[in-house]
Design a protein around this ligand. Structure first.
Ligand code: FES
Length: 56
């Protein structure tokens, strides 16, 4: 599913980046641009990030 529609970032993409070492929203914003436009995705992106980190 799309987490960030503005930047076309999916939960799968976020999980793949976590697997490669991404650990924070700041990194996610820098790498993928998540939350850098309308900002509506931030809460969902945080949830996906936390879940992905727990599954590491
Ligand atoms: Fe992510 Fe708009 S949906 S910035």
């Amino acid at each position: 599913m799309y987490v960030c529609v503005c930047k076309a970032v999916t939960d799968k993409t976020i999980r793949a980046h976590v697997a490669e070492g991404m650990t924070s929203m700041r990194e996610m914003k820098q790498c993928l641009g998540v939350g850098s436009q309308c900002g509506k995705c931030v809460q969902t992106a945080q949830d996906v990030l936390q879940k992905s980190l727990q599954q590491q």
